[in-house]
Ligand binder design. Structure first.
Ligand code: HEM
Length: 158
């Protein structure tokens, strides 16, 4: 902040715009911004970690055990596991695996300390993230069963 701006802020504070004359408005605004950014980042980290744990725990464990039928426990899935449809089941397992990569890589990109201290890691992690997002969406769209998905309202075919 320039000396000119700082002195203007202090003058405004003295004129009654700020009752706490010991602390310039600029520094309080900076603190408020930092606190809200940290709060936002914390919520995002908790959400993404919970998302990754859910996917790995629910779909990952059952897939590794070969118990794909366990996906049916999630009754909100449009199709989930379909007996005999190995390609579709494999596709969905891959969709879940990539979702874990996206959630994990994505959250690491947002941590300022990693960006500052491990720039090379940040760049490679970003490339993996972008590839995973692109692959995830491309693959998901190309594998959607248009007839069924349109009937359920979950479709990209109109
Ligand atoms: C254009 C992009 C995408 C399309 C078309 C798509 C399509 C789908 C479809 C149709 C399902 C439901 C499958 C079923 O019910 O049998 C699904 C589930 C899911 N997708 Fe995607 N997806 C896309 C992108 C993503 C991305 C970017 C992520 C993660 C970062 C993701 C994570 C998931 C997860 C976790 C589920 C399972 C939801 C649950 O457990 O209820 N998807 N996706």
């Amino acid at each position: 902040m320039s000396a000119h701006t700082a002195s203007q802020i202090k003058a405004n504070a003295g004129a009654g715009a700020n009752t706490n004359a010991n602390q310039p408005i600029g520094s309080r605004a900076k603190t408020a911004l930092n606190v809200s950014a940290t709060f936002w980042l914390t919520i995002v980290i908790i959400g993404q970690v919970a998302f990754a744990i859910f996917i790995a725990g629910f779909y990952g464990v059952s897939s590794v055990q070969g118990n794909f039928a366990a996906w049916a426990k999630n009754t909100t899935l449009l199709k989930g596991y379909v007996a005999g449809d190995s390609t579709g089941n494999l596709f969905f397992a891959a969709h879940m695996l990539i979702a874990v990569v996206i959630a994990s890589c994505g959250v690491l990109q947002l941590i300022p300390q990693i960006r500052a201290r491990a720039a090379a890691f940040h760049r490679w992690n970003g490339r993996i993230f972008m590839l995973a997002i692109g692959g995830q969406c491309e693959w998901a769209v190309s594998h959607m069963d248009q007839e069924n998905d349109c009937e359920s309202g979950w479709c990209v075919c109109h």
